[in-house]
Design a protein around this ligand. Structure first.
Ligand code: FAD
Length: 398
């Protein structure tokens, strides 16, 4: 039996590793479009960008695992009836296919061919940006999301002049509510970066970002960080079911609508019984945990073990402006928000409760809250509201 994994990022690599860990003895081929040895992405906006690390290749001994890594092989189509992939190097047969093609950054229309406009998704992107930081060039980042904040952090640390333009009225508008984001806005100024909110980009030109109000911001380099979309364009015409957000729509075992085809990581969404909705998670931990479920389903085909059901408590972290920011769970707008600690200070946590049950938390410089809270979320524990609000006592079930 031959497993073919398309996409040699975190999710693809971890699928290969998990298959061997769980006893898969058949052939494993790992196909990746990029020419580089498979590498980890989080360091790209941190140590790699600052030159503190040359690269971030995974420390996985593919040869001893018996995993055939094939680089520079982009998949271009899928013909499920034939159990065959089309690639730039010709057709590839599979018995089981795992789609792990991740996500690709959203580009601003018309910016594709403008010199000096950068993205930050790949090792090549980070290596193109790095000399500009060394030369302390003036940088304008478009988007004050996770990537924009991390880029601004690194660029300020390198001594660059940094302006971040954000169309919304606050940073991280898609991720946290206004009352939480309000306490993050000042982080930019404290680090010496200029944050312009409510600033809509009209055009990107060589050397300048032009805003809709006519403001022209000079920039040696422009970095666009306005989100990422599942890299699923190559599946057009394959008949695979996609969700409206273009992710591969899987079931709770990460099986797709096509026989013997799974999908995992940034390219896939799954129905969460825990949260009662379909989730598309673009974070590292999802690309680490999902593959374990995929491997359990492939190895135990037909047995439907519990290990194959994927319903995680999502988790991610971000390092911005000298702060370690962590989030676990998934909250909705109408969940009750409870503060732990002073948000004007260096360390604080926000908890979201639904009917007294902890469903999510955001911890800034409070990793213990995160660790304790994550376990409580997994258990669906009811918390005492007064105790949650007391940063001096550990988070604990009521
Ligand atoms: P990817 O990492 O995108 O890998 C997919 C691979 O598939 C790519 O190498 C791509 O080239 C390849 N591919 C695509 N199409 C094809 C095709 N047709 N044929 C063959 N190969 C193909 N998450 C956190 O939780 N914390 C962080 O601090 C954090 N920092 C990040 C910093 C940066 C700069 C970036 C970009 C992401 C960061 N993330 C972070 C998110 C995290 O890295 C991703 O969630 C994770 O990489 C997803 O893994 P993946 O394997 O699903 O997708």
């Amino acid at each position: 039996m031959n497993v073919v994994i398309v996409g040699a990022g975190m999710a693809g690599v971890q699928t290969a590793v998990a298959l061997r860990e769980q006893g898969w003895a058949g052939r494993i081929r790992l196909l990746g479009a990029e020419p580089h040895q498979p590498y980890d992405r989080p360091p790209l906006s941190k140590a790699v960008l600052l030159g503190k690390a040359e690269g971030s290749a995974f420390e996985v001994d593919f040869a001893s695992l018996g995993v055939e890594v094939e680089l520079g092989v982009e998949a271009t189509g899928l013909r499920a009836a034939d159990h065959q992939l089309d690639t730039v190097r010709g057709p590839v047969d599979y018995d089981v296919l795992v789609v792990a093609t991740g996500a690709e950054p959203v580009r601003l229309p018309g910016s594709e061919d403008v010199p000096g406009v950068h993205l930050l998704r790949t090792l090549d992107d980070a290596q193109r940006l790095r000399p500009l930081l060394v030369e302390q060039r003036g940088i304008v980042a478009v988007g004050a999301g996770w990537i924009g904040a991390e880029l601004a952090t690194a660029a300020r640390e390198a001594g660059c002049e940094v302006t971040v333009v954000e169309a919304a009225d606050r940073p991280l508008a898609g991720a946290v509510p206004a009352e939480v984001a309000a306490h993050m806005t000042g982080w930019y100024a404290d680090a010496g970066a200029r944050l312009l909110t409510g600033a809509r980009v009209a055009a990107l030109e060589e050397g300048a970002v032009v805003l809709e109000d006519g403001t022209r911001l000079s920039a040696d380099a422009i970095v666009v960080g306005v989100g990422a979309r599942p890299a699923t364009g190559w599946l057009a015409g394959s008949g695979i079911e996609l969700a409206p957000d273009r992710s591969v729509a899987t079931d709770d075992r990460l099986r797709t609508s096509l026989p013997d085809v799974y999908a995992v990581g940034d390219c896939a969404s799954f129905p969460s019984a825990r949260y009662g909705e379909r989730l598309l998670v673009h974070h590292w931990d999802n690309a680490l945990q999902g593959p374990k479920a995929v491997a359990a389903n492939i190895v135990g085909a037909g047995t439907e073990t519990d290990e194959g059901v994927y319903d995680p408590v999502p988790y991610f972290w971000s390092e911005q402006f000298g702060r370690f920011v962590q989030y676990a769970g998934h909250h909705a707008d109408d969940d009750e928000l409870v503060w732990r600690g002073d948000p004007a200070g260096a360390a604080w946590t926000v908890c979201w409760l639904r009917g007294g049950v902890l469903v999510a938390l955001l911890a800034v410089g409070r990793p213990r809250d995160l660790a304790q809270g994550r376990k409580l979320i997994e258990r669906g524990a009811v918390l005492d509201r007064g105790r949650v609000g007391d940063a001096g006592v550990p988070l604990k079930a009521a």
